[in-house]
Design a protein around this ligand. Sequence first.
Ligand code: SF4
Ligand code: SF4
Length: 441
Amino acid sequence: MNYIPNILFVLALVAGVGYFTKNIRKVIRNIRLGKDVDRSDNKGERFKNMAMIALGQSKMVRRPVAGILHIVVYVGFIIINIEVLEIIIDGIFGTHRVFAFLGGIYDFLIASFEILALLVFVGVVLFWIRRNIIKLKRFWNPEMKGWPKNDGNFILYFEMVLMTLFLVMNAADLQLQDMGADHYIKAGAYPVSQFISPLFDGVSEMALIIIERTAWWLHILGILVFLNYLYFSKHLHIMLAFPNTYYGDLNPKGKIDNLEAVTKEVMLMMDPNADPFAAPADDQEEGEPEKFGVSDVTDLNWVQLLNAYTCTECGRCTSECPANQTGKKLSPRKIMMDTRDRLKEVGDNIDKNGSFVDDGKQLLNDYISPEELWACTSCNACVEACPVSISPLSIIIDMRRYLVMEQSAAPMDLNNMMSNIENNGAPWPFNQMDRLNWSKE
Ligand code: SF4
Ligand code: SF4
């Protein structure tokens, strides 16, 4: 018996899954570069959010056309990949359609995979048309040039090719089954590929076997390539949407957490018994003053970094952002993309040098400008719009805190307002004594 195909299959499988695992470990390592934040509370509510938002895609359907298409493509793609289990067993042991013994259930499964494959194909074509022919505005913002634009299309091509290969494989298989070819047992129902199968009428048995085997191999290799492509793509959200929605912020949207470092300082000032020489916090070097706010990705917490890896670049946040709508430089999607790009850069630096070596860059200024940060109205529209519970606002607020508290670099209007609050107890430039002047007349 010829075992070469089985050996090649196992090698491809080990290489594909191994490389994927290596890269996922990098993602986890990078996310752990973030500061600690406690999200171990309210497990029930967190599970519910994950089930509703990530699995049920409840926020996607707020825009029904895109939402329903996304559900079709997502559910279809996931279910069809159950077929991969059979492919893996067949590949390793040299069997063919190993689950055929399930009889009617097998027929039902293959028939539903085929219908879903067709729906996924149609859904993906419609997505492509929205992106490239109708040119929806949110896919053509300035940050969507180069790789982000190509990435969005590559994944659509990938899915079209994978679905086509799946149907061609079945169509050739069906012809071989009808011919009574060796090895090709009668199994499965083929409501879609039965219409492709007549294209192979008159094709010799040997040629059909070559077509079927080629489609089979390209299909499984394509899936392994797809799996590894995720690491380099926004499509990592297929997996990360689950932990991201689970660890989302449960506070009411308008609530902004106090900065722990500032709270500590204030408590110290107000506590007459406080020990000014108390030991520093766990993550703080002795003698190192505590840093207020965020200037680079390692100042963010791990949930914010998880947010950055999960961003789907859908642009719903940017399309709802009043600052962006009124022509300001801010795009909340870009905030997330920049954070992820910088985090990857820091991760690559660590891979290259063993630990992070200062590269003279940081998230602030090199990626995100103060102009973008100060354009935000903190309205939360982006957070509300995000289909996977990401908060660009929390990053914006933390970076502003750095500008104000570490660099005293707030815009002039804000500085005036803060001085007024300090001097007059109100944001306006009037003495407290004059407050009731308006009532004199
Ligand atoms: S919170 Fe800021 S970034 Fe988000 S939508 Fe409002 S203005 Fe835009
Ligand atoms: S932050 Fe959310 S809404 Fe904005 S682009 Fe990313 S996934 Fe889409």
